[in-house]
Design a protein around this ligand. Structure first.
Ligand SMILES: *Cc1c(COP(=O)(O)O)cnc(C)c1O
Length: 387
């Protein structure tokens, strides 16, 4: 059997075969879980490309190669969590450097920036990135990185990646896009001019709520060298079992995402037509404020959405959050099973209340990660919970 060239293959074929080389020692079709800390060398400095497992591991390498293929990039790096991947990107910077970041983003990213990195002298300027002019006016000579998340968590705001990439290039700053919510199936930021794509692989890439992991993908060789240096020097690497789980999850990414999109559309329309529901945040509605951009840069709209009740209080939301039977009350997203979440007290509790309210994230907001169960059953479940 000769080596498979994936560059001229369609996405579904790439997803199944990316990074997967039969094991040279046995022919095993699945990359084995190389549960080892070190590798025996033939003579000092004579090795097979693997010396110590913090620096290299064959299971991790198979995954990193797969990640690169999925995001249409040259290099993938995987980390022990999504925030560890984010942490590595910020460690490219030095005191005095400025980061322009989205005001509406994952709470843990905000916490890492404000509570960990500010004290090292890195400045973070938060703007509403859905209006690209806000980014432009925040750029200074010290701007080294622009960090965006699109769609955002939990309000499903959309930022124009290509427009921000143009601004970043003009400013000589890097653009990193947190692509967790879209997954590489729905959106490929490198194709739109981003320098780095970040994923919480815990979510759609893993897809089964059984692993914590993060990823970065990039095209530039020197950026890859710097980030690889940080990966091995700081040591936030995933174990081989976790790499195996994400590799396995990736093989069904396209099939899962199609179903997430289909179910997402059905659940969003149901919510919108329920008189007890207030606002529904889902980027597939054609009256979503950035629908045109979403349509241009995404291949589908996914299964993430948020909504408020007409009676937008914590008490009313709590009743719904406690009444669903298929939707489990839990943090996280992107698994095959449906989850329901209360951002104000759960995923976004680390953002101060006035900051949250200012960004439009009300106390009563409910977030859904619509899974791939039967859509009618999901709607029935919400019906009995909302009343
Ligand atoms: C979960 C998440 C992260 C953090 O990833 P972990 O794997 O939990 O460390 C970052 N960004 C987004 C959008 C997320 O949903």
């Amino acid at each position: 059997m000769s080596a498979l060239n994936l560059s001229n293959k369609k996405l579904a074929t790439k997803i199944i075969h990316a990074g997967a080389e039969p094991d040279p020692s046995t022919g095993a079709i699945m990359t084995p879980i190389f549960q080892t800390s070190t590798y025996v060398q033939a003579a000092p400095g004579v090795n097979k490309g693997f010396e110590y497992a913090r620096s290299q591991n064959p299971t991790r390498k198979a995954l990193e190669d797969a990640l690169a293929v999925l995001e249409n990039g040259k290099y993938g790096l995987s980390f022990s969590s999504g925030v560890a991947a984010t942490d590595a990107v910020i460690k490219l910077l030095a005191p005095g450097d400025e980061v322009i970041a989205a005001s509406d983003m994952y709470g843990g990213t905000y916490r890492l920036f404000t509570k960990v990195f500010e004290k090292f002298g890195i400045r973070f300027i938060y703007v509403d990135t859905t209006n690209v002019a806000n980014i432009k006016s925040a750029i200074t000579d010290n701007t080294k990185l622009i960090w965006i998340e699109t769609p955002t968590n939990p309000l499903m705001n959309i930022t124009d990646i290509a427009a921000v990439a143009t601004l970043a290039k003009e400013a000589g700053a890097l653009l990193c896009v947190d692509n967790t919510f879209a997954s590489p199936y729905l959106q490929n930021p490198l194709n739109l001019g981003a320098d780095i794509v970040m994923h919480s692989a815990t979510k759609y890439l893993g897809g089964h709520s059984d692993v914590i992991q993060g990823a970065l993908v990039m095209n530039d060789a020197s950026l890859r060298e710097q980030l690889y240096f940080i990966q091995k020097s700081c040591g936030a690497v995933p174990g081989p079992m976790d790499c195996f789980l994400v590799l396995r999850g990736i093989k069904t990414l396209h099939v899962r995402m199609k179903q997430h999109c289909e179910n997402g559309e059905k659940v969003a329309s149901y919510l919108r037509n329920n008189p007890k529901v207030g606002k529904v945040y889902w980027c597939g509605f054609n009256d979503h404020p950035n629908y045109d951009i979403a349509k241009k840069q995404m291949h589908g709209f996914g299964g993430m959405m948020s909504f408020t009740l007409k009676e937008d209080t914590v008490e009313a939301a709590t009743k719904v959050l406690s009444a669903t039977k298929i939707f489990s009350l839990a943090e996280s997203l992107g698994g095959v099973e449906s989850l329901i979440n209360h951002p104000a007290s759960m995923t976004h509790a680390s953002i101060p209340r006035d900051e949250r309210i200012k960004n439009g994230l009300s106390d009563g907001l409910i977030r859904l990660s619509v899974g791939i169960e039967d859509a009618d059953d999901l709607i029935e479940d919400l019906k009995q919970a909302i009343g």
